[in-house]
Design a binder for this molecule. Structure first.
Ligand SMILES: Cc1cc2nc3c(=O)[nH]c(=O)nc-3n(C[C@H](O)[C@H](O)[C@H](O)COP(=O)(O)OP(=O)(O)OC[C@H]3O[C@@H](n4cnc5c(N)ncnc54)[C@H](O)[C@@H]3O)c2cc1C
Length: 401
């Protein structure tokens, strides 16, 4: 294929990384009529953490044409818990739009196969080693072949191909340091377990060194993890640390009593960062390749979907107008993306720095407006201009409550 200047290319766009961001960008570009290659180094289904979705992902999921309710646990909301005082606060999230708790292995496979069904050429087990973005086109070197494309989308997740190649990854300090987690099945019946699987909410018990997640998955299974923000006790390894905190948590203890662990204990470190080179000459990053936030508010896949959709629409438009070599192509979109990313970042920072759960979340029933504003942020409603809490966060003001 040729561009308007007579240069030859194998593809309009090569998308690197077949997670939610990459499969979304590739599918939407193919829907626009673009010739797309999607490269994934692993083979689907591959394990990935990140199972709790946000309802404001729904418009992008609908554009992809998939049914994300199929086989997945409905998620009605989020429950924050202080187990010392037995205080709980439930935020209903799936109000206008619906969200789900899902196993990422099969879900990411559905997204990847959906890209292929829309005409994307998909390659698994092909790792991109190097890319070169030049004024006249993009060169991609993998462990199997070389390609030339008019544009590159970097959706390599926390590998952040372009960000690391350009040494542009900037750590966001003072959020969670690492997560240690596992999966359990055959959760025995109890009033607490029945309530959890009925409402499908994510439970977030807040503990002295961070927080725990308890995510109900279909088939009466649970994803359970501990995110550590403060210095951890040094008298045990991380596996023992997880066991210790689950044993000390009344709700985790009740839910896991008699359950079977069916997955290894895994650890994810190297937490929050922003890629300061999110876009440039003939390339753009989306999803975790653009930035990653501590997962306390489950924002990762939502930001992956929404940033991928923005990038795909802009790149298609630029290709149609022959403007794809303009290095400032994504400048306006990026500013808008940062509005959402920074709102979530400030919200997460407040979670750790200001005892926000106690001072704000547990007070929310006395302030219905505030409760609604919190629920909107927790749903991924980040680009409206009428959320006072969001305005205060962005203005650096002390939050009410
Ligand atoms: C502990 C923890 C808990 C989390 N919990 C949640 C949650 O509850 N809800 C939520 O929404 N998010 C959560 N997240 C975040 C979520 O996992 C990510 O935000 C999400 O997976 C981002 O999607 P992505 O497509 O950008 O990246 P990924 O899903 O990581 O996909 C990137 C893909 O690129 C491939 N790749 C990488 N490098 C190359 C290469 N060189 N060549 C070819 N392929 C390559 C990888 O194999 C991978 O498949 C959590 C994250 C962590 C660490």
């Amino acid at each position: 294929m040729m561009d308007s200047e007579g240069n030859n290319f194998d593809y309009d766009v090569v998308v690197v990384g077949g997670g939610p961001a990459g499969s979304t960008a590739a599918t939407l570009l193919a829907q626009h009529g673009r010739k797309v290659l999607l490269l994934e180094r692993d083979k689907h289904p591959r394990f990935h953490i990140g199972e709790s979705m946000l309802p404001f992902s729904e418009p992008v999921v609908q554009r992809l044409g998939i049914d994300w309710s199929a086989g997945n646990q409905f998620k009605s909301g989020a429950v924050f818990i202080d187990e010392d005082s037995d205080q709980r606060m439930y935020f209903p999230l799936s109000v206008y739009r619906k969200a789900y708790q899902l196993e990422r292995g099969p879900f990411d496979q559905v997204l990847f196969q959906n890209a292929a069904a829309h005409g994307v050429e998909t390659h698994e087990e092909e790792k991109v080693l190097e890319v070169s973005c030049q004024p006249e086109g993009v060169g991609i070197i993998t462990d199997k072949a070389n390609y030339r494309s008019r544009y590159l989308v970097d959706a390599t997740g926390r590998s952040a191909l372009m960000g690391r190649q350009g040494k542009a990854i900037e750590r966001i300090e003072n959020l969670g340091k690492f997560a240690v987690y596992s999966h359990f099945e055959k959760i025995p019946p109890s009033p607490e377990a029945d309530e959890l699987f009925d409402c499908g909410s994510i439970y977030v018990p807040v503990v002295d060194i961070g927080w725990i997640w308890i995510i109900p998955l279909s088939g009466r299974r649970l994803s359970v993890g501990l995110v550590v923000q403060k210095d951890r006790p040094k008298d045990c390894d991380v596996e023992e640390l997880l066991r210790r905190y689950l044993a000390a948590s009344p709700i985790a203890r009740i839910l896991l009593e008699g359950a079977e662990q069916f997955a290894p204990v895994r650890v994810e470190a190297d937490f929050s960062y922003i890629n300061q080179s999110r876009h440039g000459l003939r390339y753009a990053c989306c999803g975790d390749a653009a930035g990653f936030l501590d997962p306390v508010f489950s924002s990762g896949v939502f930001l992956a979907f929404t940033s991928a959709a923005r990038v795909a629409d802009r790149v298609h438009q630029a290709l149609a107008e022959g403007r794809e070599a303009d290095p400032t192509l994504h400048a306006d979109d990026d500013e808008d993306y940062l509005l959402g990313f920074n709102t979530m970042r400030l919200f997460v920072e407040r979670f750790y720095q200001s005892n926000m759960v106690h001072n704000l979340f547990f007070e929310a029933d006395r302030h219905p407006d505030l409760k609604g504003q919190i629920a909107r942020l927790l749903s991924g409603d980040l680009w409206a201009d009428d959320n006072t809490l969001q305005k205060n966060l962005l203005a650096g003001r002390r939050m009410a409550g």
